[in-house]
Structure formats: structure tokens, C-alpha cells
Design a protein around this ligand. Structure first.
Ligand code: GAR
Length: 194
């Protein structure tokens, strides 16, 4: 069974969906670390409640991204992490982690990429007057939400929607989609050859 680390910066509802899926036996993986760049984030409480070890850090206490990513890498190695799932981690991944985990980092983003990359994707969609947005799970490369797309699900936007309505609709899709895609990547069905 693969060891995964989840990276989060905020509420961690996607992290919770991954925990729930592992606990239900639907996602076969060990969550061996939560990495969090906001020491007061709710994601940390979720980790504590479910016995997931946590590395929480304040980026501003490090000289630069290379320094805190070097420390993250040490922590990942300590608990033998094979694969990284970004779940609302609001930072670009730098070369230190990308080189160590090439092709082994995925992200979930609240839009149909390449539309609305970066921060506040839901706000961007509403401002653009879009009638549809969605969710994308993709591999992470050096760009901002630019890596190869694994799966996308569309989510409608209705005229009467506030940001909260769209966020809730997107979260519902994310919580189902992300654990399912992780299971497919980490435990691909064996192909029969005879
Ligand atoms: C999620 O909607 C995720 O797609 C988004 O942040 C939210 C985190 O929610 N990620 C990005 O915008 C990344 N560019 P959560 O903390 O409740 O899982």
C-alpha cells in the first residue's frame, strides 16, 4: 500500500474526504503526513482527530521556498511518502519537491482548467459571467495549474448563485472525485494478459 502526504492551507474539507475514504476502505493508501503552511488551519485539527502526523510551518520563518521545501522533503522521507496530494495548498510547488517527486504530485482545482487558474477560481468564474465551471484533478508541474489533466467534472452556475452556492456545489463534487481519482492512480486495476 502506498504512503501519501496531503498538503493543505485551509479548512481541509478535501483532506477530510480523503481521510474518510481511507477509513471506509475505498481508498487504499496510508496517509502518513499532513503538510500545512498555516499553523492555525482547520486541516490540522482534522489531522489530530484522525491520528495523522502533521508538519505545520510558517513560510516566513524560512529564508526562501527552497529552504522550507528542503525541510518538507526531509519530513516526507522520514515517513516514506510515495505520493503527494495537494488539497487546497495555496502555494506553487518549487523545484526541490518537483524533482524529488516527479510525476507523483497531483492537485485539485475548482475550475475546468485551463479556465480560471490560480487564486479565487470561483470568484473569477462568477466575474466572467460563466454559466458553467467545474473541478479539475491534474498532475503538478512548475506552472500555475498547468500540469496534465487527469479528470474534470463540470458544475453549473445559475443566475441566482452567490459565491457560497457555487463553492458548496464544487466542494460536493470534489469530495467525491478526489478520493476516487487517487484510488485509480495509486491502485490501478491489474490488466489481464490471458
Ligand atoms: C478547494 O476547493 C480546492 O479545489 C481549492 O481550494 C479549496 C480548498 O478547500 N484549491 C485551489 O484553489 C488551488 N488552486 P478545502 O480546504 O476545504 O479542501
Amino acid at each position: 500500500m502506498k504512503n501519501i502526504a496531503v498538503f493543505a492551507s485551509g479548512s481541509g474539507s478535501n483532506f477530510q474526504a480523503i481521510i474518510d475514504s481511507v477509513e471506509a476502505g475505498d481508498l487504499q493508501a496510508n496517509i502518513t503526513l499532513l503538510v500545512c503552511d498555516k499553523p492555525d488551519a482547520m486541516a490540522i485539527q482534522r489531522a489530530l482527530k484522525h491520528g495523522v502526523p502533521t508538519f505545520a510551518f510558517s513560510p516566513k520563518t524560512y529564508q526562501d521556498k527552497a529552504s522550507f521545501e528542503a525541510e518538507i522533503l526531509t519530513r516526507l522521507k522520514e515517513v516514506e511518502v510515495d505520493f503527494i496530494a495537494l488539497a487546497g495548498y495555496m502555494r506553487l510547488i518549487g523545484p526541490t519537491l518537483l524533482e524529488a517527486y516527479e510525476g507523483k504530485i497531483v492537485n485539485i482545482h475548482p475550475s475546468l482548467l485551463p479556465a480560471f487558474p490560480g487564486k479565487d477560481a470561483i470568484g473569477q468564474a462568477l466575474k466572467a459571467g460563466a454559466t458553467e465551471t467545474g473541478v479539475t484533478v491534474h498532475y503538478v508541474d512548475q506552472g500555475m495549474d498547468t500540469g496534465p489533466i487527469i479528470e474534470q467534472v463540470a458544475v453549473p452556475i445559475y443566475e441566482s448563485d452567490t459565491q457560497n452556492h457555487v463553492r458548496k456545489r464544487i466542494h460536493d463534487v470534489e469530495h467525491e472525485l478526489y478520493p476516487k481519482v487517487l484510488q485509480q492512480i495509486l491502485n490501478p486495476a491489474e490488466v489481464r494478459t490471458n
